[in-house]
Design a protein around this ligand. Sequence first.
Ligand code: MN
Length: 230
Amino acid sequence: MSALFDLATPTVALFERAERWPVRRIFCVGRNYAAHAREMGKDPDREPPFFFTKPADAVVESGVPVPYPPQTSNLHFEGELVVAIGRGGSRVAEDDALDHVWGYAVGNDLTRRDMQAEAKTMGRPWDMAKGFDHSAVIGPIRAAKDVGHLAEGPIQTRVNGEVKQDADLHELIWSVPEVVSFLSDTILLCAGDLIMTGTPAGVGALQSGDTCTVAIEGLGEISTTIVDPV
Ligand code: MN
């Protein structure tokens, strides 16, 4: 049977490879750094991590201009470590979790913060605050066999050169193996899934004309310029 129309699979660049990474789903961890939980008005704790998602086609590569999105006046950056799942599985044990991780990338979880705040107040879903067009800046993905598995190291976000977020991956409340294990208890993880692991403290607003850079030691940096709405 043929499909009524073709859908292109969104892809992300692989570092120094001609092949590209087909994006299956984008999962995101909420409040995974204690200082960020505090700045969002929550007490950090070790309650199980919670997840939200972005559509696969929300993905944007480094260097691609992002139009300031509609229906917000408070667009925020969130610099994050991204985990690329190369092997699927359910109920993956923490000790086995890294076997499912193909590689890592730098990401920016763009957020309509005002819309998210309203959703929280109204008890509504975060989808439109988090999963809008061009909201997932990701890549290029580097293979774990080349860069190792990342558990520590600086993660920094700059806006127009000014440092806004300056943290270390070891501050993650839930580590990469723990996140992969938890998520695989909830859904069947599949090859192509990406996990944005949460942002450190220091989130803030972006305006049209701003350039936001996120850097993680060992993974390089990504850069996004916000441009006027189309
Ligand atoms: Mn985030």
